[in-house]
Ligand binder design. Sequence first.
Ligand SMILES: [Zn+2]
Length: 93
Amino acid sequence: MVNKTEWLCIDCGRVLGNVLGGELKPAVPPEQIITRGPNLVITCPECGFVKSWYTSDPIVKAVYQLVDAMSYAHAKRVLHLVSEGSLPKSQKN
Ligand SMILES: [Zn+2]
């Protein structure tokens, strides 16, 4: 038995594709699909929401997740520094 999962648009719920054995079979016109490295970037034909499909290749996936995590951590640190510098001091003399 093949486990099939629908891959839905987060915004409007349209079926963008079907996931079969960890691979995505897109259900949108080809012009809605672009590639970004090994990943697929699909634009919802209904609402224009852009969703990324990360390849099931475990090594590529791990690298992308690491990059995501790193940029998230970096962004968080920058935000923290900015908020520390710009927030008015609550303690008054
Ligand atoms: Zn949509």
